[in-house]
Design a binder for this molecule. Sequence first.
Ligand SMILES: [Zn+2]
Length: 93
Amino acid sequence: MSGHHCHRCGSSLHPGAMKCSGCMAGVVYGATVAEKTRAAKVGAALMLASWCYVVAFSIPAIVTGVLATLAASFLFRIATARSHAGLVRTVIS
Ligand SMILES: [Zn+2]
């Protein structure tokens, strides 16, 4: 793959060369270390942000679920008590 030129001195780079033959600058193919580090930080930040979003979303969901369960339990208890209010029974326990 030819046609690459040094961004510092403008010399044409030999395919696969690790250094520029003109100014001896290091040749990086693809992303530089700094770019990869930055990308890793961005990925970690996105993951952290999405994790915080999931936690922030799931805690109200858990609370709502617990409250709904308690409320349903309470309402069913009241409904059962009312439906059996007129009954007089002996219960063998
Ligand atoms: Zn150069």
